[in-house]
Design a protein around this ligand. Structure first.
Ligand code: NI
Length: 169
């Protein structure tokens, strides 16, 4: 397993919609293992393949508390097929948008379908934190970052912060 480089905003690669995966092979399994290792090492609660440089429709996530046993979840070709209500996801963050946190409006509940790493169909009814994580990661697969969902002013401030940071390094 290997820790992969996480692409960060404003990398254009992150803006492209990913391709559905129709053949789960050994290479897919290696990608998933490397994505998981990258997520745990970061550490983060979720990672989409596009963040690690693969334009494929795959996400991994683990929302188990840090001190508890790891529960890796893999979702291939996930789609939100139904949603209900809305909620303010407070202080959301993303490994591809370092040093930035913001409140984001999200659906309160989602129904997600996809397949697991063995190709078995999955159907997940989620609310609370899991619902937010799934929406955030599925957004990545559609080329959307959570910073695209905040106000233009907040985005401008972050862009300024990035410029300063680049000058320093
Ligand atoms: Ni993210």
């Amino acid at each position: 397993m290997a820790v992969l480089k996480i692409r960060t905003y404003p990398d254009k690669f992150l803006k492209q919609p990913t391709k559905p995966l129709d053949n789960i092979d050994g290479q897919t399994q290696k990608m998933i293992d490397d994505m998981a290792e990258t997520m745990y090492q970061a550490p983060g609660v979720g990672l989409a393949a596009i963040q690690a440089g693969f334009d494929q429709s795959v996400i991994v996530y683990d929302i188990a508390p840090r001190d508890e046993k790891r529960v890796l979840n893999v979702l291939i070709n996930p789609r939100i097929i139904a949603h209900e209500g809305s909620v303010l996801s407070e202080n959301e963050g993303c490994l591809s948008v370092p040093d930035f946190r913001a409140d984001v409006k999200r659906y309160a509940q989602v129904l997600v379908e996809g397949v697991d790493r063995d190709g078995n169909p999955l159907r997940i009814e989620a609310d609370g934190f899991l619902s937010v994580v799934l929406q955030h990661e599925i957004d990545h697969l559609n080329g959307t970052l959570f910073i695209d969902r905040v106000s233009a002013l907040k985005r401008q401030l972050y862009n300024r912060h990035l410029k300063k940071k680049m000058k320093k390094s």
